[in-house]
Design a protein around this ligand. Sequence first.
Ligand code: PGA
Length: 639
Amino acid sequence: MRQVLNLEFAQREHIPTTIYTSSDQACARVADAICELITARKAAGKPAVLGLATGSTPVRLYRELIRRHREEGLSFANVIIFNLDEYYGLIPEHPQSYRRFMQEQLFNLVDLKPENCHLPDGDVPREDVLASCHAYEEAITEAGGIDIQILGIGRTGHIGFNEPGSTPDSRTRLITLDSLTRRDAARDFLGEKNVPRHAITMGVATILNARKIFLLAWGEAKAEVIAQAVEGQQTEAIPASFLQKHPDCVFCIDEAAASHLTRVRHPWLVGMVEWSPAMIRKAVLWLSRKTGKPLLKLIEEDYSENGMADLLTEKGSAYELNIEMFNTAQHTITGWPGGKPNADDSHRPERAKPFPKRSLILSPEPLDDIYCMGGTLHRLVNQNNDVTVAYLTSGNLAVPDSEARRVIELMLELGEKRESADDLKFARLLDRKLREKGDFGDDPAEIRQLKGLIRRTESRSSARLLDTDSKRLRFLDLPFYENGRYRSFQPDESDVERLIELLREIRPHQIFATGFGNDPLSVPGLCFEILRSALAASQSEPWVNDCHIWLYRGPGMEWETHEIDMAVPLSPDEFENKIQGIYQHQTQRNQSPNLGKDGDGNTWNLASKFNRATASAYDALGLAEYEAIEAFKRLDINR
Ligand code: PGA
């Protein structure tokens, strides 16, 4: 945990912000504060009033509170809850309603009194919305006001559902959801079109009235908005920035969510830094971007005007530093991601020997592999490495019912045509199961299996385009995913064991993985933790010491140039082939989270945007100009 100690960055940061090495550490601190409040209020014979939030972010906090209830006797008998918001137009039983979320994640698992658990009413007729919102505000006041408010933050900068445009004096009301917010919720609703357009939310003023506020944020996806809220001006464009007004508000965030704060991103601008090789690279590549100059054209003034005069003193001259950084960046580029046999490898990202390599590609769900590293995968295969692609989860939750229905109809018709009683019986069972669950039910096991198999077929046809033998594809179907739902996943030893078995069998020379810096409750984030545990448990195995771990970024994100240790350029043909591979994942065309849309409104072709952006960034440094680049960062296993 790093405290705000440095005066210079404290001046830039308008909200006290604590960076934790893990979200669990942050949650433990917030849970401590909640426990203290509950205990103090109980001793005084009074209720404790909590304002709570939904979404992925607070789930681990709720798990910690539940643990303390079960193991340490923490009672919620004197606690009153007011939740921030609720989708408008969803009945409380709807699987995505926030009422149901809170019941499943907290209310039903501790001794809260049902009459003390309040959420805005999302099911109220339109003409009664105003009165219902007033009543919500009054109920908060009558309870004595909120003692501790827990917040997440949306990528739009929303707190609660106070989207950009919300004013600091806003109160509980009906709002229209921002398109980015709806896109972020698309995965939960299996498609953006199913996400409600409106919600009822406490206002910014309602939130600011709380006596104490903790805002939590995890993962790189929140980094930019966190920096804007903490360091920017107070503005309706980022409603979370109004938290700067509050006398007792703390942001508790993990390292990934802190990564855009000046003290982390450009520490040389806010004080003295220790010039490690990684820091020098970061600073010089940033300087090239900032000045719009290729590396070899940076001059002394550029350095001294941007907080890096001491670096020049240490390094001698801009000329030497420029050349050193140019060479370092140049050496990240390779067309041989598995190492180039019989070549001098002293300046290559991957070693020449052994060759061929046993390369293991870990894809949290089908599609991540091709989306993020399809070109590299193709090269590894064509350069005769021994490639295995392991899909850690089946990805069945991301298949809409309409896709399952198509396959079931095919099975029914085939059964009828072939007059096969057994085939027909099974197809009818699936048909009935799908109908019975209706719009709100969870998929029964048979439907989840079918959906998982549909994704396997997509992975196989995608792999075919990359010349990957389908025998080299492994489907691990990790139990945490098969037995869980989004936001309720709880990996355990059985998941780690399954991965350990695979690692033992393959003894890889290189592993390509993702999930580093993701929301820790997301599928890639959980898969990355499972990999960490599997590697830790394999430390004594001889192959581990000789294994390079290459991290690729998840869909919708890419490493920045200073973070890249291996850059694999793609030719226009290779790039087109990759895009065709992505298109094989037909069920995902409306699902993929965080991808945004390209100019044609296409949600699943943004790989082109990111791979092209990396190529342009390399070009701008003064390196060769490529069509597209896939980028990797080498993981230091001991970190
Ligand atoms: P998340 O949502 O926790 O699912 O990221 C946060 C928010 O939108 O407030």
